[in-house]
Each structure stands twice: as C-alpha cells, then as structure tokens.
Design a protein. Structure first.
Length: 209
C-alpha cells in the first residue's frame, strides 16, 4: 500500500496540476458556455477516458517510447496543436452559438461529438503524457506491490481531474448568466477561438525537455 504521507504529497501535486488552466479546461468552459452545464459532462467523460489511457500507458511503461523518441513526441505534439487550432478556427468562423434559452433542447447527435472532442484534447496533449509519465515514478516504492500503488494514484488523479473540470464548467455557466449579450455576439467566438489557436501554437512551440 501507499504510505499516507506519500499519498498526501501526491494529492497536492495532482491538485495543483489539474487546477492549472490548460486545453481540457478551456474546452469544457467553452462547451459550458455553448450548451449549458450538462452537455460538457460528455466532454469531461471523454477527457477522463483519455487521461486514463495516458495513465495506463505510463503504468505499463509504454509512454517511455514516446517520451524518448523525438519523432514520436513531435508527431503527438503537432497533432494536438493542429486539433486545438482547428477548434479555434471553427469558433472564430462560427462563433460560440450560445443558446440564451434555458429550455432549448439540442439533438442527441451532439453527445458523441462532445465526447470525442474531450478525448482527443486529452490524448493529443503531449504535456499530459509527459506529466503522467514523470509523476508516477516519484511516488512508487519498488519494494512493494506495484498494482495497488498505481491504482491509488490513477484513481486520485482521475478524481481531481473530474472535480476541477466540473468546477470550471459550473464557473463558466455562472459567467454566462451575467454576460449573455456579449457571449452571443460574434466577438466572443473570436476571443475564445483565438485562445484555442494560441494554446495550439504554444504546444507546437514547446520543445521536448
């Protein structure tokens, strides 16, 4: 089992990491503004699925191949950056398409799309891959059974990720109620679109450490 003091330290690191704004938080906040506080749950589920996949790769040691392969790392980075830029360009062109009616119901066909968006943002983010690979070994006691330790860490990280994404989704929804006219304007889509494009550009310019 994982010592309590080690787990508490792991919790502090995981909490700070998940609270730090990043592509997943930006995506969930944008979708909360577009669709309300319920539909982003699908994007959150997709993002958590991606995080679980990355954590599993870290546990199995497979992500080492990507971390220490400049070509593979660059490929993941470029795909992640391109996808964020793609989302940003769509927002810039189409706007947020925010519904000002709380009773408006949209087609269920959007649900898989939101889930896939969250999943792709997670699995194409090289920093998430590096983070999960770099964090876990710091808290592993090789003299103890590895599976319980990894299970505790993955579960903890998933819990903090879920809590933080829900927090930011509700925060965005509360902001929406106070500035609906601005959010409904074409200018808001350009602001959020530019943020996505900027995030993608920063990812592309971030060098391998």
């Amino acid at each position: 089992m994982m010592p309590l003091e080690s787990w508490l330290l792991f919790c502090s690191v995981a909490l700070i990491a998940t609270l730090s704004p990043g592509p997943a938080i930006l995506l969930v906040m944008t979708q909360s503004l577009q669709y309300g506080p319920v539909r982003p749950l699908f994007a959150i589920a997709g993002n958590l699925t991606g995080l679980l996949l990355l954590s599993t790769l870290s546990v199995l040691g497979l992500s080492t191949l990507i971390m220490y392969s400049a070509l593979a790392f660059t490929a993941v980075k470029i795909v992640g950056a391109a996808y964020l830029v793609y989302l940003g360009l769509n927002l810039w062109r189409k706007g947020l398409s925010i519904s000002l009616s709380a009773t408006k119901v949209e087609s269920g066909r959007h649900w898989p799309h939101l889930y896939v968006q969250g999943l792709l943002v997670a699995v194409t983010n090289p920093k998430a891959l590096v983070f999960t690979m770099a964090l876990f070994p710091q808290f592993i006691n090789v003299s103890e059974s590895l599976l319980p330790q990894f299970t505790i860490m993955v579960t903890t990280l998933m819990f903090f990720s879920l809590s933080c994404l829900l927090f930011y989704s509700l925060l965005a929804h509360s902001i929406k109620g106070r500035c609906q006219s601005w959010l409904a304007s074409p200018f808001s889509g350009k602001v959020f679109g530019s943020t996505f494009i900027g995030a993608g550009t920063l990812l592309a310019l971030t060098g391998q450490r």
